[in-house]
Write a new protein. Sequence first.
Length: 213
Amino acid sequence: MLVLGFAASVTASIAAQTNNPDDRPRYSVKKTVAVTPKVSETAPAAIETKTTATTTNLPSALALQVKFHDQMLAALESHVGASYHFNTTGPNTFDCSGLVWRAFQDIGINFQRGPARSYWATFEAPAKGEEFKFGNMVFFSGLRHVGIVVDEKGFYHSARHGGVMYSPFNDYWLSRIDGFRRVPLIGLQTTAPEKRLVKPTAIVPIADDLNPR
C-alpha cells in the first residue's frame, strides 16, 4: 500500500490591506506563535560595544552599520522626555517628523525637513524582510505619524500625549502601520555625535499626528 503523507505549515505575516484613503497597501499583523522572551515595554538598554577597538577590523559595510546603530541610539535617547509640540524640531519640543529629522541631523545625515508624508515620498522602501531593521522610518495612520524603528519589538517617536518616548509594537501600533522607509547612510559622522542646533528650512505645516496617541 502506498501511503502519502502531507505536512502543512502555517505562517503568520504582515498582510496588505487596501481600505485606505490613499489607495496604498496598509499593514496589519496577525497573531504569531513563537518561543521568544516576553517583550518589555521599556526602552532597550544601550548595547555596550567597543567600537574604538573593533570597528576597524570589521568589513566596511558592517562597521558602518555598527556606527549607525550606536550613534542613532544615542541621539534618540538624548531626546527622550522632550515634550510634543506641533511643527518643532527641538531641542526641547518635537513633533513626530521633527524628531525623526533631528535624530538624523544629529548624526550627520541631512535631508529636507518636512512632514511625515514627504519622507515617505523621498526614500525607498527597505528590502523585503528588513522592514523592522534598526533605523528604518515607520509610518502610521495614513502617513500622519512617523517614528524610528529599534527592532520588531518597538520604536522611538514623539507622541501627542507623552512627547518623545520608546513604544512597543503592540496591537494598537501594528494595526496602524502604513509601511517603512530606509534612509541611505551617506554623511554619517565618523565620530560620536555632538548636540548642535540646525535650523530646518521652512516647511508648510501639515497636520501630522492627528490620530496617534
